[in-house]
Ligand binder design. Structure first.
Ligand SMILES: Cc1ncc(COP(=O)(O)O)c(C=O)c1O
Length: 387
């Protein structure tokens, strides 16, 4: 059967590959501890789940409104005002999406012309690179340098590429590095985007997972609405990752363009899920879950240090971004760790070339599993560093 060249050239989705590798080991009778996934293990709040009872009503099953249920758009706008003092028009500046991953990819279709150019961070969430593989856009990378707090230097991209670029993805609090961005960073990003007429897509997936400092929104910059949109998801803050609920907010023209794409290729989010989204936003972050992640982070930082890793615990997110000793290759290291310790971590390369000598360790497992993971890691350590 014919398969498009673009699919043959596209790398497999690394988290799907990791899930397969895990299944292969588990088929041999071993249990794998999974510190690879970015899959919150905390259940959603009971009142969020209870909102699904709306599914008992016949009209709950109709096609939802294409822009999203208005009370949810209003709740998103209110959340922005509460959280960042940012005013949003729920009709023109808020679009409800089926989670954030697909919206991030479709956004490129909405704003980039055929043959156009997209700027992506390296390391960065893999979906940002998909517009390159799927839609044939050129990609330019902005390396996130640990010495700059994992903030990019916009001068890395040449002027003629800025000239061609139509979209840049930025993500703080950052996956995988755990960095946060000060407001001055967004001021600088908005200045560059306006100078070169580029749309900023800020991905705010980890807005509530900040342990030291605060999350900032690009929309806090007064001129940001001229050039920026921001993506939100209910996956991390409210543990609703299986529900597929998100929003994109900001520049009205970009929202309208994305709405055009989404209304042609998607059909909205199941209404009871949108109702539950309103409940979640009104409840606010899951404090209990955040306290657990914070405690795990504290414990894990010390445990990894005791294993010999030299790193500074990141201020945010559910991850540790670990530089490997002696410049070891992350993919090789992760494979060995899986084989020898039945422990799954994500090779840094999954996030781009700059991650080659890193692995990402996720805190989305209970404390007892983290302890077992570290014990297994410790035992396998002499074998892992051997040439
Ligand atoms: C930075 C970042 N953005 C977006 C997403 C996608 O979230 P979802 O599609 O569940 O909304 C993730 C998921 O891990 C992520 O890490």
């Amino acid at each position: 059967m014919p398969v498009a060249q673009r699919i043959e050239q596209m790398p497999a989705y690394v988290f799907a590959e990791l899930a397969d590798a895990k299944a292969r080991i588990e088929a041999t009778g071993h249990r794998v501890i999974d510190l690879g996934a970015s899959d919150p293990d905390w259940p959603p709040h009971p009142s969020v789940v209870a909102a699904l009872a709306f599914a008992q009503e016949a009209h709950a099953h109709r096609y939802p409104p294409y822009r999203g249920w208005r009370p949810l758009r209003e709740a998103v706008a209110k959340w922005y005002h509460r959280r960042f003092g940012v005013q949003l028009d729920p009709d023109r500046e808020v679009l409800i999406t089926n989670g954030s991953k697909v919206a991030l990819v479709h956004l490129a279709l909405a704003v980039v012309d055929p043959g156009g150019l997209v700027i992506v961070p390296d390391p960065g969430y893999p979906a940002y690179r998909m517009p390159g593989y799927l839609f044939g856009y050129s990609l330019r990378t902005l390396e996130l340098d640990p010495r700059r707090g994992f903030l990019p230097d916009f001068h890395q991209v040449k002027a003629n590429d800025w000239e061609r670029a139509q979209l840049i993805y930025l993500n703080y609090p950052n996956n995988p590095t755990g960095a946060i961005a000060p407001l001055q960073f967004w001021e600088q990003a908005v200045e560059w985007a306006r100078r070169w007429d580029v749309v900023i897509c800020s991905d705010l997936a980890y807005v509530d997972m900040v342990w030291d400092g605060r999350a900032t929104s690009v929309l806090e910059v007064p001129a940001a609405k001229e050039c920026a949109v921001e993506s939100l998801t209910f996956s991390k803050s409210y543990s609703m990752q299986g529900w597929r609920l998100g929003a994109v907010v900001g520049n009205a023209e970009v929202i309208e363009a994305l709405y055009k794409v989404e209304s042609q290729v998607n059909a909205g989010v199941f209404l009871p899920i949108q109702r539950a989204g309103v409940v979640a936003l009104e409840l606010g972050p899951q404090e209990e879950a955040l306290a657990a992640y914070r405690a795990r982070r504290q414990w894990m930082a010390e445990a990894l240090e005791a294993l010999g890793f030299a790193f500074t615990p990141p201020p945010a997110t559910l991850y540790f971004w670990l530089p490997l000793p002696g410049g070891l290759d992350g993919k090789e290291y992760a494979q060995q760790l899986l084989r020898r310790a039945h422990l799954l971590v994500t090779p840094g390369e999954a996030f781009g070339e700059a991650g080659r000598h890193f692995v990402r360790v996720s805190l989305t497992r209970p404390q007892s599993e983290l302890e077992r993971a570290v014990a297994a890691w410790k035992e396998a350590l002499p074998l892992l560093v051997a040439p």
